[in-house]
Design a protein around this ligand. Structure first.
Ligand code: IVH
Length: 668
């Protein structure tokens, strides 16, 4: 293609991609499929890689995650980011309006009422229309430079549309959509990672990640509602205008805003917002009441902490009062006993709540929760039910204090108190409740992926006494299984076939399935990649384990200790006798061919399969995988959103290929 055509094609692609980003994120009305979108982006990545001089600061290829950072730089806000005074009382909201009216006597005032987005405050700086900086509030004057992470959020434009001031600071909130929050926690639970308490914590935690490729996968969004510094150009003069203008220059704004002229109208708006707030993608914890005209805001002024012209009215979290019928105790996979509130069912924020975790006995004592109490239940982050307090006035004297049992409710063995972890644990490795949980985990999709071996099936097998320990699932007999309730011949055959098939699962799945504390999928993969067989992992020293990528001292010790406990050794020996693949049969430990012998490959971008797997495939065929491109690189394998490595390959004349090419060579 002639150079001029290339550059006009790149421009056209950028224009189209920006338009589709807006349709997708700004208006939720995509016109093309994800696949078509990816093809456009891919074409642009390729063009820019081949012609690095064509790359522009606002190119969507810049959203591709950069190198992990060491830490965040501190940056100064041109105009400080203040906080807001807040109240839970409508009378105080009235008083606020009246107070501002007294401050500005004789001037008719207009108010705007907006959702108070429960996210993480963010300031964007655009210079010459291009995104230059994204910073958190920090102490209000100085915040963290989170630009690299913010660039991965596709709803935030890298370039503003239309006429904009030379320098402009735009203020708003980053949030994790409620749906993404639920999915993220489900995922983390599977991986044995700590859960986020609510979407705001999850958003804050995500922004603090030093690796922007992880941030990019979280699916953060943002909305904007305010201005900081404005230099070299004009900006709107009222809030209503500002929201319209922000939208017109390409920024997502709060989805709704009401106007009011007095206390009564302000109250009406607060009520109207309350009735629809659960429909927003973000959590709304209140209404922000602001003077509409910026000139009036200047006249009202600010205190050192908060403006005098705005106030947040906070909604009470949706809370219901219900009876605590009992407290049951659940035994987790690792033997931890968790008290659970058994509630008289109530509807809260759109769903039925009958149970809520009470975490541990300290928590119960701190809130003085007693069995038979009338309690208040809320949904933390509109999602997870929690008992937040007790209606002590309703006590009759017949309520009973809860005591954590001294014996495990499942197996009856004496429990162990771990004062440091405020945890009570059952240490009996043969405890049926733990076995149930462990088998469920072992068979789960992310682990050994045994079809048909879900919670209900595990429960049946354990209850019927057919399974007393994990290895027993490999000794199940068809006659016994088909005698169970609702188990026909066909479902029995399917279950047994699934169990049999699982014996060949790769080592990392087995390692994850064993349920070693802190060993999630990614640690399991790293272990398998480094040690190759279960025997090698089991006999590795703490130091050897610790020298594995992503494994720190605590995790290394946990893994080391796991393999030194007698019952775990027996478990593993028994699994070996049943013929499970301990890595010896993993494709990666046995060279499959020498097709790629002598070749060095560099992987970049998002591949169709996890990068570890593709790397293993290359190694199995005799190739070497390296992290950086040099003259010695034989091939760069580029997936979607490939960035600088691909550009470097092109400049060094290293061939860039895709996964299909690799597969083609290996099939040949
Ligand atoms: S206006 C001078 N509008 O809530 C500060 N703030 O608790 C003007 N917030 O610091 C802020 N939604 O981070 C404003 N619609 C909204 C908001 C909002 C959320 C945040 C903001 C503020 C904090 C105060």
């Amino acid at each position: 293609m002639p150079a001029s055509n290339v550059s006009s094609r790149a421009r056209e692609l950028r224009r189209q991609i920006a338009r589709h980003d807006k349709l997708y994120y700004g208006e939720a009305q995509p016109e093309i499929t994800d696949r078509e979108y990816d093809a456009l982006l891919r074409e642009l990545v390729d063009l820019e890689a081949a012609h690095p001089d064509l790359s522009t600061p606002d190119s969507p290829t810049r959203r591709v995650a950069g190198k992990p950072l060491e830490g965040f730089q501190q940056v100064h806000h041109h105009v400080p980011m203040q906080s807001l005074d807040n109240t839970y009382s409508l009378e105080e909201a009235d008083e606020f309006v009246a107070r501002v009216e007294r401050l500005l006597p004789g001037i008719p005032l207009a108010w705007t009422i907006e959702p108070k987005v429960d996210g993480v405050a963010l300031s964007l700086t655009y210079r010459g229309g291009l995104l230059e900086l994204a910073a958190t509030r920090g102490d209000g004057t100085t915040g963290d430079d989170v630009t690299q992470n913010i660039r991965t959020i596709r709803s935030i434009p890298l370039k503003l549309e239309g006429e904009v001031p030379e320098l402009i600071e735009i203020r708003g909130e980053v949030y994790l959509p409620k749906k993404k929050f639920c999915a993220l926690n489900t995922e983390r639970e599977k991986e044995g990672e700590a859960l986020f308490a609510n979407p705001r914590n999850a958003a804050a935690g995500s922004l603090k990640l030093l690796d922007s490729s992880v941030v990019s996968r979280r699916g953060l969004s943002a909305v904007f509602y305010g201005l900081g510094a404005v230099e070299g150009g004009k900006a709107p003069q009222t809030q209503a205008e500002l929201l319209r203008w922000l939208k017109s220059i390409g920024l997502p704004v709060v989805p709704k805003c009401w106007e009011a002229v007095d206390e009564a109208e302000v109250r009406k708006a607060i009520a109207a917002l309350e009735s629809i707030r659960h429909d927003f993608a973000f959590e709304t914890d209140g209404a922000v009441i602001k003077l509409d005209a910026f000139k009036r805001r200047d006249q009202a002024g600010t205190t050192s902490k908060a403006p005098r012209w705005a106030m947040a009215y906070k909604y009470e979290a949706e809370r219901e009062r219900t009876k605590l019928n009992g407290i049951t105790v659940q035994v987790g996979r690792m033997g931890t006993l968790t008290p659970v509130a058994e509630l008289e069912p109530v509807q809260i924020a759109g769903s039925r709540v009958a149970r809520a975790t009470l975490h541990n006995e300290e928590e119960i004592a701190r809130k003085d929760i007693r069995i038979g109490d009338w309690v208040f239940v809320e949904k933390a982050g509109e999602v997870i039910p929690a008992v937040v307090g007790v209606d002590t006035a309703a006590r009759t004297g017949r309520e009973k204090k809860f005591q954590m049992p001294d014996a495990c409710p499942s197996c009856g063995s004496k429990v162990f108190r771990d004062p440091e972890l405020t945890a009570v644990r059952c240490l009996n490795p043969d405890c049926p409740a733990q076995i149930r949980r462990r088998i469920e985990h072992f068979a789960a999709r992310g682990a050994m992926d045994i079809e048909g071996l879900g919670e209900a099936m595990v429960d049946q097998l354990v209850t019927a006494g057919l399974v007393r320990a994990l290895p027993d699932i490999y000794a199940l007999q068809a006659e016994k299984v088909s005698a169970l309730e609702r188990m026909g011949e066909k479902s029995t055959a399917n279950l047994l076939a699934g169990i049999e098939e699982s014996k060949g699962q790769p080592l990392w799945r087995l390692l994850f399935g064993l349920g070693i504390m802190h060993v999630g999928v990614s640690v399991a993969r790293k272990l398998a990649g480094k040690f190759h067989t279960l025997g090698q992992v089991a006999s590795a020293s703490v130091e050897a384990l610790e020298s594995t990528e992503d494994i720190g001292g605590v995790v290394a010790k946990e893994i080391h200790d796991f393999f030194r406990l007698d019952h775990n050794r027996q478990l593993i020996e028994s699994l070996r006798q049943h013929g499970l693949n301990f890595g010896e049969h993993d494709e990666h430990s046995v060279p499959a061919s020498q097709q790629l012998a002598g070749e060095t490959w560099v992987l970049t971008g998002t591949l169709g399969r996890p990068r570890d797997e593709v790397a293993e495939l290359i190694r199995r065929h005799g190739g070497t995988v390296s992290g950086s491109v040099s003259k010695k690189t034989s091939y760069v394998l580029a997936g979607e959103e490939a960035g600088s490595k691909m550009a470097k390959a092109k400049s060094l004349g290293v061939p860039v290929v895709d996964e299909a090419t690799l597969r083609g060579r290996l099939d040949a």
